[in-house]
Every structure is written in C-alpha cells, then in structure tokens.
Ligand binder design. Structure first.
Ligand code: PEP
Ligand code: MG
Length: 578
C-alpha cells in the first residue's frame, strides 16, 4: 500500500490515527456496526417493517392525489418509487447482506444502494441514468423509517478509531456527530470559519477540510493520520511515521493534562485585569464540556441548531425546555442566547416555504432579517427565551444587526413578547439584558447609535471578516484571503472596542478569533476583557491570559495598528507572543 500525504486546512487541532470510513450524503445518518448472530432475524424484521411502512406511505400519497389536482407526473413518479421499493434488489438483497455480514439494516441498505447507484452510473441512456436519484430517494425514505426505530446502539468505542471522510458536510450533518465519538474527520471542501468547521471544533476532534480529493483518493478502511494542527492527512503511513505521530499524540495529551490544572483558576492577567472566558455552544448537550473547562458563562448559544436535523420547527415549549436546561445548568452564570441565525449555510427543514433559495445567501434574508420577516417564528422564540430567563441569568443576543431600525423593531417585538407573557401570568426576568452582534462593518461604523439602544454588544469576527474582506467564509477557493490580521479588520475591531469601552457598554468577542491563542494578547491589548469561544479552547486561552501583561500588550498592539506591511505585522505579533 502506497503512503501519501494530502494537504488541506486544519480547522480543529490535534492528531488522530484511525481507519477511514467513507460517507456519502445519503449515508450520513447511518451508523455502521456489527450485530451478533442471534440478532440477525430481529434486524431483518426491522428492515421488513420499514419497507412496509414506506409502502403504506406511498399508498397514502397515491390515495391523497386521486381525484385531486396533482399533476399527472406525480403519479408516474410515485409508480417509479413503488417499483424500486418492491424490486428484489432493494427489498431482498439488503436482508442477505444483513445475514452474511451481520451488519445493521441501515448499513446493509446503504451498501446495496451504492451498488445500484454504480450500476445506474454505467448506463448510457440519460433518462435511465437519472433514475439513480429515485433510488437514492427511496433509500432515504426507508432510512428515515429505520432511524425512527433504531436497532442496537453501535458498540461503545467502535467509532473511536474511525475517521470520517466526506466530500462535503453541512453544519446540520456535523452536529449529528455529537452523539458519536469519531476520531477525526476530513472533507474535500469547506472554509476554516464555516459553521461546519466551527461545529467540528466543538466536537474537539481533529479535522482537516479543503483536501480537494480525499474522498476519491482514500479507500474504505485505510489507515490515516489526521494532523489538524499542521493541515495534513497521511494515508497508509509507514511504521516510522506512525511511531513519530504516536509520540506527538502522547505529548499532546500530556499538555492537555497540564492545562486541566487551570480549570478552577481565575483568568487574571499578570497586571491584575480579570478576564471573562465564556463558552460558545450549539446545543444543551454542550453544557458538560462547558462546565468541565471552567467557563464563567455562555457568551454565545447558537440557538438555530435547535432547528436543524428535524422535521418541522421546534415549538415554543421545546425551545423553552432547551433554554431552561442551559440556564439552570449554568447555576447563575450568564447564558447569552442568540436568537436564531438561520439562512446562509444553515437551512432548517420546515422553513423551505418561507426562506427561498437566495441568489447570494450570505447577503440575503439571514439572521435578524429573517426573524423580522417572520415575526410569528421570532415571537415564539422570544417568548421561549424570556420564559427561560426566570430560571437563570439569561441574556438575549441579536445577530447580524445593520441598522437602528432593526434594533428598534426587535426591541418592540421583545416588548410584545413580554406583554403576552405578563397577560398570561408567566414569570420572566423583566430586566433581561438585550445585546447585539457586531458582525457587519456598517455596524462598527454606526456603533455609537447601537450602544445607546443596547445593554451589551458582542463582535462576531467570523462574519465581520467575511463582510469586510468580501470573502465567503465557507468557500475554500478564497480562504487564503480570509485574514483576521488585515489592517481593515484590526481597525474595525479597535474602533468597536474603544467606542463600547468609552460608553461603558460591555463588549465581547465571540467569533473564532477569541479561541485562537496566537491572537489572545492582541485582543486583550485592544481593550477586551470578555472572550467567548468553543469550550475546548478555554484552558489554552486561560493559560495565555495568565501570562499576559496587558499594559505591555497595549503598547505593542498600538504599533501593530500603525503598521501597514503584513510581514511587519506578523513580526510584531510574534514579539507580542514571546
Ligand atoms: C461570528 O460571525 O463571528 C459569530 C460568532 O457567529 P456565527 O459564526 O454563528 O455566524
Ligand atoms: Mg455570525
């Protein structure tokens, strides 16, 4: 087996060594595990049940359209699905695979789907070739039924040495991995601050994106080393390389153990400035990691993740329960809930009718724009957040504000939500602080008027950089232009921080810059005292804070701000980090 290296963009640091598992989109939700001989007939029965349910589903659809005004093609389409479903290649062969390979039903079905898809790909006739999509759709219907009634859970530990290799993953895909413990993952595409990368970091497993053709070059089960720190993947490493990486892995875990000693230490700089180090979370399940790493609060709860990977939208009660569990779990420490930032790279099922596919989604109906366009959904969430404010120290954070008009409209909606709760006698914190995200250059330039209306602000550097430099954060073809040290970015940060500090309005950074140890002293030197980041980074950043003299950092940062030459800026940053 030849050994080779692939280069990409490391989006989550660390080293993993494991076997490749190739995944295609339709198989994303599919666990892959072996079952014992005694469970084979139960697994086959589970598969048969799922088939029957899909048959009933198709019959129901057929019945619903008879006599209705559905177009004739719809009937033909259902007929094709019926034929595929009942064809022995799909209804029988997976059962043979279950019995022969003793694997779970989902995995048997996906293996057979891949065989069929390859056969379709080889067909010359375009019409027939395109029926491949129908096979995938039917398989997805069956998978949905199977996943609704999962079989045995994958044996604990089986995933720990598995490295997922995919062409692309959406944030919704990656969030599902939270239930598993994969060793690492890599993708062909993706940018370093895409939400996919952010969620990868939140899994605290090494990840490399933008490898371009990993999915094609790597074979199932090949041995891989993923080095997320050095942006490299080594396929089929030889013995000496493997030994070297095992050594490095050992050093990293020693370093992690050393950092663990800082958990309950206060983050105070050498010259006595107390720094808040808070956590960014996506789901209530992230609470454990947040507490384990000693966060002094939650600076960003990306609430839109409650809307992903599900059918329909979460109800007010469901959202309330999620927010309440986090508010209670943080035991009086602040919990900053960002109202949902859907749109751009995060699409929720159940909103398809509302959020049309925009020609330029990052500049489209995203975040607060979408909320104000759909006041019913927004009010539902605001009520849920307000209700949770009774159970802890909740703050509301509004994403992507660009004008004071949006702030005024949002404040009016919050007042309306409060009024409805008051009428119903539902308790909430009437003084819940309302903050805004500063993530568009216009918001920095107009910050004085924002600061008059808001209780706090938080800089979303991921979007601020994207919108300042006109670089799509999810597009790896321009990721070389994505530069947190660009003078324009530094100038905007300095402006926003100085204005907020002068107005005595608390300001934080909750973008990825906050979790990069290389940039900690820069941010502290700019006058920040509150950083919110992925929990996995908290201790490394705390270590930085503990060794920083902020007075000294200020002077060097002032020089960086006056420097035009990027090479000189890099040198000064190195000096700052000495
Ligand atoms: C940001 O833009 O920096 C931010 C924190 O929000 P998100 O990454 O969710 O867009
Ligand atoms: Mg943002």
């Amino acid at each position: 087996m030849t050994s080779f290296a692939l280069h990409g963009v490391g989006v989550s640091a660390g080293i993993a060594i494991g076997r490749a598992q190739l995944i295609s989109h339709a198989t994303l939700e599919v666990a892959h595990y072996t079952i014992d001989t005694g469970s084979v007939s139960a697994e086959i029965a589970r598969f048969d049940n799922a088939l029957r349910e899909v048959q009933r589903e198709l019959e129901g659809l057929h019945a619903a359209m008879t006599g209705g005004d559905a177009p004739a093609e719809f009937g033909a389409f259902l007929d094709v699905h019926w034929m595929i479903l009942t064809d022995p290649t799909l209804s029988d062969t997976p059962k043979k695979i279950i019995a022969e390979q003793r694997c779970n039903a989902e995995w048997a079905l996906v293996q057979q789907m891949n065989v069929l898809v390859d056969q379709f790909d080889a067909i010359d006739d375009l019409y027939l070739r395109e029926r491949k999509a129908d096979v995938v759709q039917v398989v997805e219907r069956i998978l949905k039924r199977l996943l609704g009634k999962p079989g045995a859970v994958a044996p604990a530990g089986a995933e720990q040495h598995t490295i997922l290799v995919a062409h692309d993953l959406s944030p919704a895909d990656v969030i599902q991995f939270k239930q598993h413990r994969y060793a690492a993952f890599l993708t062909d595409v993706g940018g370093a601050t895409s939400h996919t990368a952010i969620v990868a970091r939140s899994l605290a497993v090494p990840a490399v994106v933008a490898t371009h053709n990993a999915r094609q070059l790597i074979r199932e089960n090949e041995l891989l080393i993923v080095d997320g720190t050095n942006n490299v993947v080594i396929v089929n490493p030889d013995k000496s390389v493997l030994a070297e990486y095992r050594l490095k892995q050992g050093e990293l875990s020693l370093e992690r153990a050393r950092l663990r000693r800082l958990v309950s230490k206060a983050a105070t700089s050498i010259d006595g400035v107390a720094i808040e180090l808070q956590a960014n979370i996506e789901l209530p399940g992230d609470l454990a990691q947040t507490l384990e790493n000693g966060a002094t609060g939650i600076g960003l709860f990306r609430s839109e993740f409650l809307f992903l990977n599900r059918e329909g939208l979460p109800s007010e009660d469901e959202q309330f329960e999620a927010f309440r569990s986090v508010a209670e779990g943080m035991q009086g420490k602040p919990v900053t809930i960002r109202t949902f930032d859907l749109g751009a790279d995060k699409e929720a099922a159940g909103l398809e009718g509302l959020a049309r596919v925009a020609p330029n989604p990052a500049l489209g109906l995203r975040a607060v724009r979408f909320c104000l366009a759909e006041p019913r959904l927004f009010l539902t969430q605001l009520r849920a957040i307000l209700r949770a404010s009774h159970y802890g120290k909740v703050k509301i954070l509004i994403p992507m504000l660009v004008s004071i008009g949006e702030i005024d409209q949002t404040l009016a909606m919050i007042a309306q939500a409060k009024e409805t709760l008051r009428e119903q006698g539902v308790p909430f914190d009437s003084g819940v602080p309302i903050g805004g995200m500063i993530e568009i250059p216009a918001a920095v330039l107009a910050i004085a008027s924002f600061l008059k209306r808001l209780d706090f602000v938080s800089i979303g550097t991921n979007d601020l950089i994207q919108y300042t430099l006109a670089v799509d954060r999810a597009d790896d073809t321009v990721s070389h232009l994505y530069d947190p040290l660009h003078p324009a970015v530094l100038m905007l940060l300095a402006m926003a921080i100085a204005a907020a500090n002068k107005a005595k309005i608390p300001i934080a950074v909750c973008g990825e810059m906050a979790g990069e140890a290389r940039l900690t002293r820069l941010l502290l030197g700019l006058g920040l005292t509150n950083l919110s980041m992925h929990p996995a980074h908290l201790l490394a950043i705390k270590q930085r804070v503990l060794t920083t003299d902020i007075g000294h950092a200020r002077a060097l940062v002032a020089r960086i701000l006056r420097t035009e030459d990027p090479a000189r800026v890099a040198k000064l940053l190195d000096k700052l980090n000495e």
